[in-house]
Design a binder for this molecule. Structure first.
Ligand SMILES: [Mn+2]
Length: 351
């Protein structure tokens, strides 16, 4: 404990900012932080605090119960009852947090200094109902309404892709219809499966049907795989989406593409939804619905770094299934992509 307290106020307990158990969102009405003169949160240096110590939180940040006073927060949504094939995404948030211990505080590649610019914490997990997908969506929506109402930008650790629907309900309630950067092997625009409208292949259909998206500012990147029809992209394109196939990304830098994306989405609010199966299964085997010949990790970085300066109001990394990730590399990749999203948020100082 002495070592914790000596570590410069970087842990929840040391910082005196009301560290709570990792089920923070399950305990409403607890601590209110004083943002004014409170020490700024940041991950501890491994020179002072061993990487393997402490309660497992994202980037070893303090775990808080309330989003008040936070500029951004990592939030886990451990849900996988919307999956159609491989299960296990309910374990994603914990595994991503575990691999996030390697992450440090600044991004020398982009010059981003997120912890000198923003107050960031881990808000724990949404207490989903694993016996009821509909009820889980309600719980997620209500949790995110509180987060965004506090002016806190959520960075979500999924969870299967169903979770995007209630999250975007909460986001759109505050911001109105938002633009979307959706990186995925699949379009996730199905209407129904097995008679059900709610599962991880339908979130964006639900969002379109409810008017949550500004469809002319939606871009989907990494789409590939077999289909039931020869023109599976027609419906999305008819809605105004730009659909970029994986084939059009192969063996090239995506920096020029992101220049076009930036023009398309402009400076109005945009949400980033990143499904880990956008990556090739060679890099990210722990995915719920893997497809061959996907993006590379460096292309994923180009996409996220290409969002720097955009009006990002929320972002997520979904579909990590640790059951199919024996090396932990998928979770490691996910943790790093979430860090890159944090670095790309508005108001982050770039040097
Ligand atoms: Mn997806």
């Amino acid at each position: 404990m002495r070592r914790l307290l000596a570590s410069g106020g970087v842990r929840g307990l040391g910082a005196g900012v009301g560290a709570l158990p990792a089920t923070g969102l399950c305990h409403p009405g607890r601590t209110r932080r004083q943002a004014s003169d409170a020490p700024r949160t940041r991950p501890p240096s491994s020179d002072l605090v061993a990487r393997t110590t402490g309660v497992c939180s994202m980037m070893r940040l303090p775990v808080l119960a309330s989003p008040e006073g936070l500029d951004a927060a990592f939030v886990g949504v451990p849900l996988d009852i919307g999956t159609s094939n491989r299960p296990g995404a309910r374990f994603g948030p914990r595994r991503i947090r575990e691999e996030s211990v390697m992450l440090r505080t600044v991004n020398p590649s982009t010059g981003a200094l997120p912890f000198q610019s923003l107050m960031v914490a881990d808000l724990g997990d949404v207490n989903v109902n694993l016996n009821n997908l509909q009820d889980s969506c309600r719980l997620i929506r209500e949790a995110y309404e509180k987060i965004v109402a506090a002016g806190c930008i959520p960075l979500t650790l999924g969870g299967d892709h169903t979770i995007t629907y209630p999250i975007l309900q909460a986001i759109a309630k505050k911001h109105g219809p938002v633009g979307l950067l959706h990186v995925d092997a699949h379009m996730d625009m199905a209407d129904k499966a097995l008679g059900e409208k709610l599962h991880h292949g339908t979130p964006f259909r639900q969002c379109v049907d409810e008017g949550l998206l500004d469809c002319k500012r939606v871009v989907q990147i990494g789409i590939r795989g077999s289909s039931m029809t020869l023109d599976p992209y027609r419906y999305n394109r008819s809605q105004g989406f730009r659909v970029v196939l994986a084939e059009d990304c192969w063996m090239k830098s995506l920096v020029p593409l992101m220049g076009e994306v930036r023009q398309q989405v402009g400076d109005r609010p945009i949400y980033i939804s990143f499904d880990i199966d956008a990556l090739d299964p060679a890099y990210a085997p722990g995915a719920g619905t893997p497809e061959i010949a996907g993006l590379t990790p460096s292309q994923a970085l180009e996409i996220i770094r290409g969002c720097q300066g955009l009006n990002v109001v929320g972002c997520e990394l979904v579909e990590v299934s640790p059951l199919y990730d024996p090396s932990g590399n998928t979770a490691l990749l996910a943790a790093n992509l979430l860090f890159e999203m944090l670095c790309a948020l508005p108001k982050v100082t770039i040097v």
